[in-house]
Design a binder for this molecule. Structure first.
Ligand code: GLV
Length: 323
């Protein structure tokens, strides 16, 4: 049966094709050149829809879910994180929420490693210097930063993405520490990763990369006190969710030289970035591109669409996060 499927943002064709081939009426709210749909846009588009396909830019709260009416059966988030969706409110209304795990791990790990290398080796700063016409000669002390290879990497949250980062780090001869709720015997055996309390990990790591989901337990997990435990040559990388790090405290730590540098892909109030961070040279700022490879975005769109199609067929979708 053909159902109305609201797609909040223009997604890759790979996903749209799956929805259309299943016979659904697909309504895309904003095309690639437009900003994300507002709350108001969602409110007016949702009545009568059976499915809503969202991205990280849409905040799906109880109000939006209520506006949809009783036909709505699934909110399919084209992302692995789903902190933008009020899952409890969805569950209360019998709406399934899904995400896209497993298809973006390697690409996001590449992004984390890219930021780690760029922050340590001062790539952004160097490029700004060069583009400003201020690079006059090779310099023996110019733009030097700490080596990455052979150092210690602390991974906060050793899930699929954290493990993919650890595998890359092993290729750089790095020692791996991890902080996670449960022990990871597989990673310990394969990657010689050592489990550590968060404070010890921060003290003992040259690089810290965050891969934990955002929830009430991880909001501002890294604040002024945690940053003060890291060394002045340490580098922090965050590709998970902005609010896991207290951005104002990070800006202070970077300005004061408490830590050497940071590489960020996510922010507390996207697309806003703390103004103090914008002024600093020792932070690499990426615009939430963790999963932004052509292949991975195709896969994410396909998985998100397959979840919709399964739910509308009356099946439990493969990636339901509630039931
Ligand atoms: C992107 O941020 C995601 O959660 O997939």
């Amino acid at each position: 049966m053909s159902e109305k499927v609201i797609v909040a943002r223009e997604i890759p064709d790979a996903g749209l094709r799956i929805l259309r081939e299943a016979g659904h009426e697909v309504i895309t709210l904003s095309d690639a050149s437009q900003p994300p749909p507002s709350h108001g846009d969602l409110f007016s588009a949702l009545p009568g829809a059976a499915a809503l396909l969202t991205t990280v830019t849409e905040k799906i709260d109880a109000g939006v879910l209520g506006a949809a009416g009783r036909r709505l059966r699934i909110v399919s988030n084209m992302a692995v994180g789903y902190d933008n969706i009020d899952v409890e409110a969805a569950t209360q209304r019998g709406i399934t929420v899904t995400n896209t795990p497993g298809v973006l791990d390697e690409t996001t790990a590449d992004t984390a490693f890219m930021l780690l290398l760029a922050a340590a080796r001062r790539l952004g700063e160097g490029e700004r210097l060069l583009r400003a016409g201020e690079w006059h000669a090779w310099g023996p002390k110019q733009l030097v930063g700490p080596d990455v290879w052979g150092k210690t990497l602390g991974i906060v949250g050793l899930g699929r993405i954290g493990e993919a980062v650890a595998r890359r780090a092993r290729g750089f001869g790095m020692k791996i520490l991890y902080h996670a709720r449960s022990e990871k015997p597989g990673a310990e055996a394969e990657l010689q990763a050592e489990r550590s309390e968060l404070e010890d990990l921060l003290r003992d790591s040259d690089f810290v990369s965050i891969h934990t989901p955002l929830n009430e337990g991880t909001r501002h997990l890294i604040g002024a006190r945690e940053l003060s435990l890291m060394g002045e040559s340490a580098v922090l990388v965050n590709t998970s969710r902005g609010p896991v790090v207290d951005e104002a405290a990070l800006a202070d730590a970077l300005a004061e030289g408490t830590i050497f540098a940071a590489g960020l892909d996510v922010y507390e109030e996207e697309p806003k970035v703390h103004p103090k961070l914008m002024e600093l040279d020792n932070v690499v700022l990426a615009p939430h591109i963790g999963s932004a490879s052509i292949e991975t975005r195709d896969k994410m769109a396909s998985v998100a669409a397959e979840n919709v199609v399964a739910a509308l067929r009356g099946e439990t979708p493969p990636n339901a996060v509630n039931s």
